[in-house]
Design a protein around this ligand. Structure first.
Ligand code: NAD
Length: 356
C-alpha cells in the first residue's frame, strides 16, 4: 500500500514523541511491504514564531492533501500565563478540527495488565476495563458565540448543537458498539441543559436503527463518578465536546498515565492521530517523555485511516511485549521497576522497534 503521511509534531514534547511514532510507522512499512511517503508541517507555538499564524495555510493545505496526519501537541507556557494573548497555539488545533471536519474524537481507554499498579485506582476495580470514548469535536460551548458585557464584568459562552451534528457522531458510536460488546452509553445533562435534551432525543431516535445495541443514558455528573467506581460497566461512550474533554482526561487515569493514551480525530476527510497529552514543557528537552501514546496513535492511524488491522495489532503487541519485559518510562515506573529498566524517550522507542 502506498500512502502519504503528514508529520505535524507541534510544540514541546510533541517534537520528541512524534519522531518516535514516525520511526514505528517506518518499521511497519518495511516489515509489511508498504510505502509511506512523509512530509512535515508546523502548528502551534513553533508556527506562530515562524509565520505569525498557529495554523499556516501551507500546513492546512498539506493536511488536506495527505492520507493521514500524525500529530504531536501544541502549547507553550508563554500563552498559559497570558490569557489575553490574541494569537494562541490552541487556536491552530481548533481551526484544524473545524477545517478538516474532524467531528469525532475517538479515545480507546484500555489498561495494559502490566500497568495495573501504575493507576491510582485499585487493580481489582480496573482489571478488564476497556472503554471506547466518542467525543464530539466541532460543536458545543467551544465554538459558540462568546464575549463580555457590563464593562467586562460578565462573560458568556454559547453552547450550540444541531440535530445533524448529534446524528453523525451517534451513528459512528453505534457502528463501533456493533463491533464490540454492543453496549452504548450516551452521556448528557438533559435534566438542565437544552442542547443535552436535543442530544438525548437524537440518540434515542438513532437507537431505533440499532436494535442489537443496548443503550443507556447517563448524566455527566453520574458518569464522572461511575468511571472511577466501576469502569468495567462501560463499553462505548458517546458525549458532547465539553463533557468529553473532561471525562476522557478523568478516564486517562484508568490507563495509568497521560503518556499512554492515543486518540483519533476523524470526520469525512483526512484523519488526525495524536496522543491525548499536551506539550508538557515541564519535561521538554529532558528526553524522558513517554513515547508510547504517540506509538499507539500510529497504531490507530494504521487501523482507522488505512484499514491495516494486522499492522496496527503488531504495534500494540510490541508495546505490550515491551511492558511485559519490564521496561518503563519514568511516568509509568513504580517501586518494583529495576532502575536499569527505566528508559528515556528514544530508548523506549528503540525497544518497541526491537520487539516489532
Ligand atoms: P500536559 O499533558 O502537557 O502535561 C500534564 C502532566 O503530564 C505534566 O506533568 C507532564 O509532564 C505529564 N505528561 C504529559 N505527557 C507525558 C508523557 N508523554 N510522558 C511523561 N509525562 C507526561 O498538560 P498541561 O501541563 O496541562 O499542558 C501543557 C501545555 O500543553 C499547555 O500549553 C496546554 O495548553 C497544552 N495542551 C495541549 C494539548 C494538545 O495539543 N492536544 C492537550 C492538552 C494540553
Amino acid at each position: 500500500m502506498k500512502k502519504n503521511i503528514l508529520i505535524v509534531p507541534g510544540d514541546g514534547i510533541g517534537q520528541e514523541v512524534t519522531a518516535v511514532g514516525k520511526k514505528v510507522l517506518d518499521r511497519i512499512a518495511e516489515k509489511f511491504g508498504h510505502e509511506f511517503i512523509y512530509d512535515e508541517a508546523l502548528i502551534g507555538h513553533v508556527a506562530i514564531e515562524a509565520t505569525g499564524s498557529p495554523l499556516p495555510d501551507e500546513t492546512l493545505a498539506k493536511m488536506k492533501a495527505s492520507d493521514a496526519v500524525l500529530f504531536g501537541a501544541v502549547g507553550h507556557p508563554k500563552y498559559d500565563n497570558d490569557p489575553s494573548a490574541k494569537v494562541r497555539p490552541e487556536q491552530g488545533l481548533l481551526k484544524m478540527r473545524k477545517e478538516l471536519g474532524l467531528y469525532a474524537n475517538l479515545r480507546p481507554i484500555k489498561l495494559f495488565d502490566e500497568l495495573l499498579g501504575a493507576s491510582s485506582i485499585k487493580p481489582e476495580i480496573l482489571k478488564g476495563a476497556d472503554i471506547l470514548f466518542f467525543r464530539e469535536l466541532t460543536g458545543d460551548i467551544y465554538f459558540g458565540e462568546k464575549g463580555r458585557k457590563n464593562d467586562g464584568d460578565t462573560a458568556y459562552d454559547v453552547a450550540e448543537y444541531s440535530r445533524y451534528e448529534v446524528e453523525r457522531i451517534a451513528r459512528k458510536a453505534f457502528d463501533a458498539a456493533r463491533t464490540r460488546k454492543k453496549k452504548l452509553c450516551s452521556v448528557d445533562k438533559a435534566n438542565v441543559i437544552e442542547t443535552s435534551r436535543l442530544w438525548r432525543e437524537v440518540v434515542q431516535k438513532i437507537a431505533l436503527e440499532y436494535p442489537d445495541v443496548e443503550v443507556e443514558h447517563q448524566f455527566v455528573d453520574a458518569t464522572a463518578m461511575l468511571l472511577i467506581k466501576d469502569p468495567k460497566r462501560f463499553d462505548v461512550v458517546v458525549t458532547a465536546n465539553l463533557f468529553g474533554d473532561i471525562l476522557t482526561d478523568e478516564a486517562s487515569q484508568i490507563a495509568g498515565s497521560m503518556g499512554m493514551l492515543a486518540s483519533a480525530s476523524v470526520g469525512d476527510g483526512t484523519g488526525v492521530y495524536e496522543p491525548i497529552h499536551g506539550s508538557a514543557h515541564d519535561i521538554t528537552g529532558k528526553g524522558v517523555a513517554n513515547p508510547l501514546a504517540s506509538i499507539l496513535s500510529a497504531a490507530l492511524l494504521l487501523d482507522i485511516s488505512f484499514g491495516l488491522k494486522a499492522e496496527s495489532d503488531a504495534v500494540i503487541n510490541a508495546v505490550d511485549a515491551v511492558l511485559k519485559a519490564g521496561y518503563r518510562t519514568r511516568d509509568i515506573a513504580d517501586a518494583t521497576t529495576a532502575p536499569e529498566n527505566i528508559l528515556g524517550t528514544d530508548a523506549m522507542g528503540a525497544k518497541v522497534l526491537e520487539f516489532l
